[in-house]
Design a protein around this ligand. Structure first.
Ligand SMILES: O=C(O)CCC(=O)C(=O)O
Ligand SMILES: [Fe+2]
Length: 285
């Protein structure tokens, strides 16, 4: 049980007064239970070093990707300092689920704010488990066994104004993977829509135009106020989210001009099960 937890509306929770470094296994298990229940957590850490961040992350999963930072290759920097904001900083400004274009999807992603702009630079989260529950039973039946083809690039359910996703260096953009449209969460077993935008390029056995119409309808249903929470980052916040049951979208922000509008985030995205949870209720999906 995590004390000092306050729910956010309509979903998510804020946690304060918890030292991530001091959490024993029971404490971490309790924190992750809260993550799976609430879908995303904002932890007011009070500050932690990059080493402490990596140590915490490695208890939860396996970091995805390696960065040039030799000392902490697990950490990917996200910043609006000295970047071409037309392309790079806006690459995540569309609804997506991390790594849905790979077989080994991301389990948890974490963003730690080293510098936060006073205004803007929010991250929005959508609750795809609640969105699934709210579908009518005929739609649930229609989509029950559908399998979606995912590829990096602009998806067939992209929304007007979405930014073009930026592929990892050297990524083969023709590489295609398949994921069920409805998945069970690997730990809680809860059913959820999975990655309905961001990477879908088709539905197996369905004409392309029909697949686009269906996915767009699911997007219109899901990306609505009752299922969306927006987080404004503050310095030393650690935001962590459950990728299987959520989608997220960055708010575009211009290039930094000074301390007031500078955004510096350290990111670690993880895959694989946390060793503290051995149950797998995903049905292999
Ligand atoms: O910069 C953000 O707000 C979110 C970026 C993002 O999509 C991610 O870190 O996975
Ligand atoms: Fe992302």
């Amino acid at each position: 049980m995590i004390h000092n937890l306050s729910p956010l509306a309509p979903f998510g929770a804020e946690v304060s007064g918890v030292s991530l470094q001091a959490l024993d296994d029971d404490g971490l298990r309790a924190l992750l239970r809260e993550l799976y229940e609430n879908r995303f957590l904002v932890i007011r850490t009070g500050g932690m070093s990059r080493r402490e961040f990596v140590t915490f992350a490695l208890r939860i999963g396996e970091p995805i990707g390696r960065n040039f930072d030799k000392e902490h290759p697990e950490i990917i920097p996200i910043t609006n300092v000295g970047v071409d904001t037309k392309a790079e900083a806006k690459g995540a400004a569309h609804w997506h689920t991390d790594q849905s274009f790979t077989e080994q999807r991301s389990s948890v992603t974490m963003l730690y704010s080293e510098q936060a702009p006073r205004v803007g630079g929010e991250t929005r989260f959508a609750n795809l488990a609640d969105a699934y529950d709210a579908l009518d039973s005929s739609m649930k039946e229609t989509i029950a066994d559908l399998v979606v083809e995912h590829r990096h690039g602009v998806s067939i359910s992209a929304r007007p104004g979405d930014h073009v996703p930026i592929p990892p260096k050297g990524w083969d953009q023709s590489y295609t993977v398949r994921h069920p449209l409805v998945r069970k969460h690997p730990v809680t077993g809860r059913k959820t829509l999975y990655a309905i935008s961001g990477t879908p390029q088709g539905i197996v056995g369905m004409p392309l135009a029909e697949a686009a119409v269906l996915l767009e309808a699911l997007c219109r249903h899901s990306f609505r106020a009752p299922f969306i929470t927006e987080h404004h980052h503050a310095v030393h916040d650690l935001v962590m989210w459950d990728n299987p049951t959520t989608m997220h979208s960055a708010t575009p922000i211009g290039a930094a001009t000074g301390p007031e509008d500078t955004r510096v985030i350290r990111r670690i995205s993880l895959r694989g099960a946390c060793p503290l949870f051995t149950e797998d209720r995903s049905d292999g999906t």
